[in-house]
Design a protein around this ligand. Structure first.
Ligand SMILES: CSC[C@@H](O)[C@@H](O)C(=O)COP(=O)(O)O
Length: 370
């Protein structure tokens, strides 16, 4: 992704060769600022406070967090502490636990003296793998978008997306936005309806920012407008990301995704979910019963943050001072409402057979009880 003519990734090793540079996403879309993570605590705090967010990026940040911990102290107790601290940051995105398990498997057998260098190498490998996966998701998703566009030649293709599943949520490209970037590059007249995504407004702040930076036409809408637009025939396809998919094809994504899937089904609009293999939790089948849903602070619901007339960042209260608010951050869309799952290996039906056909090695391991 290019910002003002320079190519960025959302996370990278800093020039000093040990600290880790991230984009502070809490300041977007108004300020583009890089921040450095120097310690395990910095990495954990960045994930908790959503300075970095999005399932794949949370996983990569956790991997680098382990590397930062190993640099300070490569002992067994320190490794265990890194796993516990990072593992407790955010519960829903399985990429976090996947990345930590991979770091642990790599580092545990090594002598402490060899751990720091290997931890940095593995974190880098996880980041590179994410970039490759997202690029492939873009290519597979492009074919779907081309097929949809071919139904009405010469007309713009309207995609509805929710939250931010773009390059800001990953290392580069994105999951749900990768096919859109690929379509734009391919010359398809693609236009995106961007759900604002209350309460944290990842759509308004982040998706609008990155689509705009890339020159992709978009229209920002309030979360409740999607159903109406579908009824009016203004949405050709819904394309969203995911924080965790079950082996049976249910998916958890940002709160409100489920309502879009229901509206899509009622209006015969295809509903696709884009995700890399690291977002599939092969150990569970039933998304509603088994995916842990993060509950976030009530203040995100009772208050809104933005800039005042003089460009100063402020927070304003929008509810009575004594209002009680609930803030579940994710919901589960059942597999039956999903048209297909776009992965780095191709498009799968949203069920066990579909996913297992793309990942035979995982279904083998599952049968063997691994
Ligand atoms: C690759 S993006 C998929 C999801 O991570 C994304 O849609 C989402 O829900 C992000 O939630 P966030 O709370 O901003 O981390």
């Amino acid at each position: 992704m290019r910002i003002a003519g320079r190519h960025y990734r959302t996370i990278a090793l800093a020039a000093d060769g040990c600290s880790v540079e991230i984009i502070d996403q809490t300041l977007l879309p108004f300020t583009f600022k890089l921040r450095r993570l120097q310690s395990l605590e910095d990495a954990a705090q960045a994930i908790c406070e959503m300075t970095v967010r999005g399932a794949p990026l949370i996983g990569v940040t956790a991997a680098y967090g382990v590397a930062l911990a190993m640099r300070t102290d490569p002992g067994n107790a320190s490794l265990r502490r890194a796993m516990t601290t990072l593992g407790a940051t955010r519960p829903t995105a399985v990429n976090l636990h996947w990345a930590l398990a991979r770091m642990s498997e790599t580092l545990q057998p090594l002598a402490p003296g060899a751990r720091a260098a290997q931890a940095y190498a593995e974190a880098w490998a996880i980041a590179e793998e994410d970039v490759r996966c997202c690029e492939m998701i873009g290519r597979h998703g492009l074919k779907l978008l081309q097929a949809l566009a071919a139904r009405s030649p010469g007309r713009r293709l309207n995609v509805l997306t929710h939250c931010n599943a773009g390059w800001l949520a990953c290392v580069d490209w994105g999951t749900a936005l990768a096919p859109i970037y690929a379509a734009h590059e391919d010359g398809l007249p693609v236009h995106v309806y961007v759900d604002e995504t209350r309460p944290r407004n990842q759509g308004a702040a982040l998706t609008a920012f990155e689509l705009g930076a890339h020159g992709i036409p978009y229209t920002l809408i309030v979360d409740n407008a999607g159903g109406h637009l579908m009824q009016q025939g203004q949405i050709d396809v819904c394309l969203v990301g995911s924080d965790r998919a079950t082996a049976g094809g249910d998916i958890a994504n940002k709160i409100g995704t489920y309502l879009k899937a229901l509206a899509a089904r009622d209006n015969d609009v295809p509903f696709y979910v884009a995700l890399p293999f690291s977002s599939i939790d092969w150990s569970i089948n039933d998304g509603l019963a088994q995916i842990p849903i993060e509950n976030r602070p009530a203040r995100e619901v009772t208050h809104l943050a933005g800039l005042d007339e003089r460009g100063r960042r402020i927070e304003v209260r929008i509810a009575p001072t004594d209002a009680t608010a609930a803030n579940p951050a994710f919901d589960v869309t059942p597999a039956r409402l999903i048209t297909g799952i776009i992965t780095e290996r191709g498009v799968a039906a949203a069920d066990y057979a579909g996913l297992a056909a793309l990942y035979p090695e995982r279904s083998e391991a599952r049968r063997a009880g691994a």
